[in-house]
Design a binder for this molecule. Structure first.
Ligand SMILES: NC(=O)c1ccc[n+]([C@@H]2O[C@H](COP(=O)([O-])OP(=O)(O)OC[C@H]3O[C@@H](n4cnc5c(N)ncnc54)[C@H](OP(=O)(O)O)[C@@H]3O)[C@@H](O)[C@H]2O)c1
Length: 223
């Protein structure tokens, strides 16, 4: 079973479609029940979905308690953005950004390590090229994604002798609902970005290649 967070839209939904078409059972995680239902009903293969706010530790733990089998792969795509002039962001916006990106990754990874440290399993954490380089107009977002990268890389060092493999995934811009929020619309034209489907195909290929070794990081640059 492949567990995918952020599966109710964008990259997560595209990954679910790729894995389901290849015959894998998928477990879709997001908050929007309506979109999760629609996606699970449209997939060719076996699918279950869970509406979970990943910023809530008890909900994250309950998600793992409810899984019928140990996942072979877990892909953490959930996240959100915040762009434009840093000094204009409100405290609430900054908190929400940090919660959706940093706290979700921390709570998820905590469950993963405590349950599956000795299990052969792939865990891909989607960050962004914003976790690799500084970008103007993305101050808070870069900060959040760099924080996630710090956790992933430190945890990987801690898991050196473990069969649990942590893969860092760093996509460039994708044309998804991510950019439809008020603070992002004026900031750039996402229609020139790659599609979530194209990015998902490259992630799936990269993770499959890990079977023949360990690709620790997948960076997908925009052409
Ligand atoms: N789009 C880009 O250009 C781009 C580029 C590089 C990296 N990324 C990263 O790629 C990942 C996926 O982005 P996307 O473009 O697919 O965005 P998206 O279409 O906006 O999807 C974001 C997903 O995250 C889920 N989510 C957010 N906060 C959550 C929370 N607290 N609990 C549970 N689920 C939560 C959303 O669930 P609900 O809608 O159900 O609430 C949604 O399924 C994100 O981490 C993003 O930072 C995006």
């Amino acid at each position: 079973m492949i567990v995918i967070t952020g599966a109710s839209s964008g990259l997560g939904a595209a990954l679910a479609q790729h894995y389901s078409a290849a015959g894998d059972e998928v477990c879709l995680v997001g908050r929007d029940s309506q979109r999760l239902t629609q996606l699970s009903e449209s997939l060719p293969g076996k699918a279950q979905w869970h509406s979970v706010d990943l910023t809530c530790e008890s909900q994250v733990a309950a998600l793992f308690d409810s899984l019928p089998t140990t996942p072979t792969t877990l892909l953490h795509c959930a996240g959100s953005g915040l762009f434009g002039a840093f000094e204009q962001h409100s405290e609430a916006q900054i908190r929400q950004l940090l919660d959706n990106n940093v706290l979700t990754a921390a709570l998820l990874l905590k469950q993963v390590v405590s349950r599956y440290r000795d299990t052969s399993m792939q865990v891909g954490v989607v960050m962004s090229t914003a976790a690799l380089k500084a970008k103007a107009n993305e101050v808070a977002y870069c900060g959040a994604k760099w924080a996630v990268r710090g956790m992933v890389e430190s945890l990987r060092a801690e898991l050196k002798a473990s069969p649990l493999r942590l893969v860092g995934i760093y996509p460039g811009g994708m044309d998804t609902g991510f950019w439809q929020h008020d603070d992002s619309r004026d900031y750039l034209d996402a229609s020139v970005f790659m599609s979530a489907d194209d990015a998902a195909a490259m992630v799936v290929q990269g993770l499959a290649a890990c079977d023949r070794g360990f690709i620790s990081d997948i960076t997908i640059s925009r052409g």
